[in-house]
Design a protein around this ligand. Structure first.
Ligand SMILES: Nc1ncnc2c1ncn2[C@@H]1O[C@H](COP(=O)(O)OP(=O)(O)OP(=O)(O)O)[C@@H](O)[C@H]1O
Ligand SMILES: Nc1ncnc2c1ncn2[C@@H]1O[C@H](COP(=O)(O)OP(=O)(O)OP(=O)(O)O)[C@@H](O)[C@H]1O
Ligand SMILES: [Mg+2]
Ligand SMILES: [Mg+2]
Lengths: 253, 253
């Protein structure tokens, strides 16, 4: 049965998309079938991989009769994508105007995909939105990338609260599979202190940090994953390590 | 008449809050009366300055009878703030359910403040949201902080489209007062190329870059502006320069 993980953090620029893309690509490189879903109107997943969907997540959510196959785009061996673009912002308004079950629309639309993919990765946007609630109601696990700075640290509390709300109000339990420190720079005290704080709080669920690396920022400009663009870089090493740990982790019970 | 500027970019983590807080503080330091409004459910403005409003922007927008004075909190000499917190996410749903004029609620609520402040700065969240439409319908100008990386660069197109939509569909013209490159690091080619690209496109409207500086990331952890925390740092120099240029720019015609 498939593992579905949402990459979540309402704080902007904490490395969600970079993590979603490279996690999905790294898992696919190991031969598993992976679906990567862009749940953010910025459409950075498609941008990072050099693809545009004719039809997007917006259509799946809002237009009657759209099936997952209508919006799925194969992008690499073993890696398929559902893209998003600015029209997804209209999906948020559409969802807000539904009276009941507005958090389950994605789950319902994806039901026909049962078992097709071994891993489903959802790249969430920086918001407390109904779209993200839909992603969380569909996912079984969450990975939280946290940049190593103060404002991202304060944002972690809100992420945990979001998960608790999904549990309590929507009756859907999402397992916190891990917290990933990003933009780590061992030379700056703020970053080291951020990792210490996260480590004290999350203990064994803290993943090894992803180091700040210009290669990670350059890869999307070449429409490549870090493994394609700079396979020997620290960014590739760090994400390879993340993939290995994530795949070897037990799926949620 | 007051100048109202929205700090806008739907891309996450491009330095919007850091710019909003230090721009507002720098202008107030020159003796002007400034109101800084947090339009983001993350509430990072209050966090960065060490304050919490009992009542927030949510109350002003959603609760009948709330006036600006009920939610304004004086935080420094010449600097007042309207804070936000996670309840603001509920305001988005509230706005989505209004049939007409859902972009003008903020403007209507703020009407009684006419002339009280010489500058009003609005810190927008990373989204294409009705809340941001409200901020833009209230503002007369926009400053766009853009981090010096590829994904932020592709996001600029969307910001310009957002401004055009406000103009065409909501009949409200917002002047693009400037684009501010952030997280600039002269040693990385990606950053230099990003500034070149922005310069080619925006020409004289491009502000001097704000350099990446750990002090800027540390300041909020001390609940201080950069001018309080590290007045001699490059971060303080860069934002002082930005304030000087912004204040000396002609207000929109
Ligand atoms: N470890 C890293 N080192 C250097 N640059 C990075 C790193 N991780 C991500 N980046 C770059 O930093 C920027 C922000 O990262 P990214 O877009 O992945 O964050 P995000 O959380 O998805 O942002 P948003 O909140 O806007 O969705 C991007 O330009 C990305 O390429
Ligand atoms: N020039 C800089 N150098 C170093 N750190 C910075 C700089 N500017 C901002 N930061 C830090 O980077 C992080 C992101 O900046 P900030 O929160 O201001 O961006 P934002 O665009 O408001 O993010 P969001 O999209 O989540 O609202 C913060 O921790 C901030 O303190
Ligand atoms: Mg992203
Ligand atoms: Mg912000």
């Amino acid at each position: 049965r498939s593992r579905r993980v949402a990459i979540l953090n309402q704080k902007g620029g904490t490395g969600k998309t970079t993590t979603a893309v490279n996690l999905a690509a790294g898992i696919a490189d190991r031969g598993y079938d992976v679906l990567l879903i862009d749940v953010d109107a910025q459409g950075n997943v498609g941008t990072s991989l050099g693809i545009r969907g004719e039809r997007t997540l917006y259509h799946l959510l809002v237009e009657e009769g759209t099936t997952p196959d209508d919006v799925i785009v194969p992008v690499r061996g073993h890696l398929d994508v559902i893209t998003a673009d600015a029209t997804l912002a209209l999906a948020e308004v559409f969802l807000a105007r539904i009276d009941t079950g507005r958090d389950r629309i994605l789950r319902d639309r994806m039901a026909s995909l049962r078992g097709k993919y071994q891993y489903i990765v959802l790249d969430c946007g920086p918001s407390l939105s109904l779209l993200n609630q839909n992603a969380l109601s569909f996912a079984d696990e969450v990975l939280i990338p946290v940049s190593c700075d103060y404002l991202a640290l304060v944002g972690v509390k809100q992420v945990l609260k979001t998960l608790k709300d999904i549990d309590q109000h929507l009756g859907h339990t999402v397992k916190l599979s891990g917290v990933v420190p990003t933009f780590f720079d061992a030379r700056t005290r703020l970053a080291r202190e951020a990792v210490d704080t996260l480590s004290g709080h999350f203990k064994e669920r803290l993943y090894e940090p992803i180091r700040r690396s210009t290669r990670l920022a350059e890869a999307p400009s070449h429409r490549q994953t870090i493994f394609e663009y700079a396979p020997d870089s620290s960014g590739a090493d760090d994400y390879r390590r993340l993939v290995a740990r994530y795949v070897s982790n037990a799926a949620p019970v």
